[in-house]
Design a protein around this ligand. Structure first.
Ligand SMILES: *[C@@H]1O[C@H](CO)[C@@H](O)[C@H](O)[C@H]1NC(C)=O
Ligand SMILES: *[C@@H]1O[C@H](CO)[C@@H](O)[C@H](O)[C@H]1NC(C)=O
Ligand SMILES: *[C@@H]1O[C@H](CO)[C@@H](O)[C@H](O)[C@H]1NC(C)=O
Length: 520
């Protein structure tokens, strides 16, 4: 390990010890902790049982509940409303208006990539002396090899490049300009050595990814570099596939087929996390590991994923789309915060500076201006967050995708956007079609679909007082609305051109050995 890093960390931990008096931020051995970052896909706010058991859900996440209850549960934690955006902010520490990724997800047929001039989170972990591994879903571009995980800071990668596929066959079908395409998307990449991993065809991804994580932990030797393991599970995204033994326990409580499958997918992932935790303990790495768990966005209620009592769903800027589940678990956390719910305002873009600087003891030099904050003090001491604002997103093309080359100017409230400033949240433009409050099916509670007045394009909520966005107070607070619109206009002025190239039929896996992979 880099001796400077040890020193930095030593100084850092001494400061913590000194300031806190009581705290054991980095106890005994002052070495860089291992970092395990688990990202669940499409896991709704109410689809973990620590929330769901109070809100009519039959989902069961025994391990997630236990790890959260022993660690710090993030009670005021935000992500982006869909996959690519959240992952882009995790990897770059920057808002989508600053990377061009503010319009939708990446699609298999469009040559899109997290801009290559962004310095990534794993690159900085590597610079800080870590071995960097990624297992799972990338969804940040693959049309050129330079876009792939092992060119963006990861030493090794096992998983898939696209946003979704079969859990067993690892196939993805797509239709590009009338051409039906189908290909295998599972790869084992080590540095510049890119290999389709056909041997996993037929194996359920939650088992594969869990075992791979266990292997990496077991192979670690005390003299090796500390581990940074990024584990974005395929679970719990559709398609609704899971071995039957995982749905069996829910058959009495959940009658809907889709929701039953989801319960199984969730519980299998929960078991995977239990297995990994067990391996951390068996290998002796547990005592020096910081585990972070997060969802990537709210649940898609159309498939009976659930965010109740929050409003809205995946793909919306309502709380149901962006208020995420997350926790930090580690025996290294100070005793006085273990088992607490943290109220600090934290966003997925904050992990990059937080982990690199305060956990890895590294430097943030060379990055473009970060939109994330180092929130480690807020997590380990419960102090208020340095984050006072959060731009949820601005997407001027949300409603109609025409003339996408020119940014409409100036900002108007017709543009789809949302912003938090302190307790206040403003939403502007067309909010989309999922605007209701949807309880879990098995609760028997009737959903509420609000009437959305034609032409209305500004909503204001006090999220602290009204976390479920029931009371629009825009009319009562014209000066707050004015201030928030002015801030949105300021953010909008810093927006870069959108990355939305036309589909390219050359992506067809038929031209590349039946595999989705770089075609340019
Ligand atoms: C967890 O470990 C048990 C025991 O080895 C195994 O049977 C099970 O398949 C594993 N589950 C997952 C999700 O990896
Ligand atoms: C950060 O600084 C270190 C040493 O000062 C240097 O070696 C490294 O190249 C810098 N990284 C970037 C991305 O600028
Ligand atoms: C998976 O894709 C391959 C081509 O890469 C094709 O031969 C196979 O039929 C596909 N399987 C399924 C289940 O779609």
């Amino acid at each position: 390990m880099d001796s400077r890093a040890v020193l930095t960390l030593f100084v850092l931990s001494s400061i913590l010890l000194f300031k806190d008096n009581v705290c054991v931020a980095y106890k005994k051995t002052v070495t860089q902790p291992h970092v395990l970052f688990i990202l669940a896909d499409d896991l709704g706010f109410n689809d973990v049982s620590y929330n769901g058991r109070n809100h009519g859900s039959a989902m069961k996440t025994t391990t997630i509940d236990k790890l959260a209850a022993e660690g710090v549960t993030l009670g005021n934690y935000y992500v982006q409303p869909i996959c690519t955006p959240t992952r882009s902010q995790l990897m770059s520490g920057r808002y989508q208006i600053h990377t061009g990724l503010y319009h939708r997800n990446f699609y298999p047929d469009r040559p899109q990539c997290l801009p290559l001039d962004e310095i990534t989170f794993p690159q900085k972990m590597k610079d800080s002396g870590y071995a960097t591994h990624m297992i799972g879903k990338w969804h940040l571009g693959f049309h050129k090899k330079e876009c792939l995980p092992t060119y963006r800071g990861f030493d090794t990668f096992l998983g898939y490049y696209l946003g979704s596929e079969g859990y067993f066959n690892h196939n993805r079908s797509d239709s590009v300009e009338g051409i039906k395409m189908n290909g295998y998307d599972f790869h084992r990449d080590v540095g510049e050595n890119l290999t389709p991993a056909w041997e996993y065809n037929g194996q359920y991804s939650t088992f594969v990814f869990t075992q791979e994580a266990q292997n990496i932990l077991r192979q670690h030797k005390p003299t090796d570099k500390p581990i940074f393991l990024y584990l974005p599970y395929q679970a719990v995204h559709e398609p609704m596939e899971v071995p039957e033994q995982y749905t069996e326990p829910f058959k009495d409580k959940i009658k809907d087929k889709t929701r039953l499958q989801l319960a199984g997918i969730v519980s299998c992932m929960d078991e995977g996390i239990a297995n990994i935790t067990q391996t951390l303990k068996e290998t002796g790495l547990y005592d020096n590991t910081i585990m972070i768990f997060s969802t990537d966005n709210g649940g898609p209620t159309i498939l009976h994923y659930n965010n109740w009592p929050l409003r809205g769903a995946k793909g919306t800027l309502w709380e149901g789309g962006v208020h995420g589940v997350g926790f930090v678990h580690s025996p290294l956390l100070p005793a006085q915060v273990q088992g607490t719910v943290n109220k600090a305002f934290i966003h997925v873009s904050d992990w990059f500076p937080t982990i690199v600087q305060s956990i890895a003891g590294g430097q943030l030099n060379g990055t473009k201006p970060l939109d994330g904050y180092d929130v480690w003090d807020s997590i380990i001491k419960g102090t208020s967050s340095p984050r006072k604002e959060l731009l949820h997103n601005i997407d001027p093309y949300f409603v109609k995708v025409t003339n996408i080359t020119q940014l409409p100017s100036p900002f108007t409230p017709n543009i789809h956007a949302a912003l938090r400033v302190g307790d206040w949240k403003i939403l502007t433009g067309n909010p989309g079609v999922y605007n209701g409050w949807i309880p879990p099916l098995e609760s028997g509670i009737v959903p509420i679909q609000p009437v959305m007045p034609e032409g209305k394009n500004i909503w204001l909520f006090n999220i602290t007082a009204d976390p479920d966005e029931k009371y629009d107070v825009a009319y009562k607070n014209p000066s707050v609305v004015k201030m928030m619109l002015a801030k949105l206009a300021e953010y909008y002025n810093t927006t870069v051109p959108v990355l939305w190239p036309d589909p390219d039929p050359n992506c067809d896996p038929a031209n590349h050995g039946g595999v989705w992979g770089p075609w340019m």
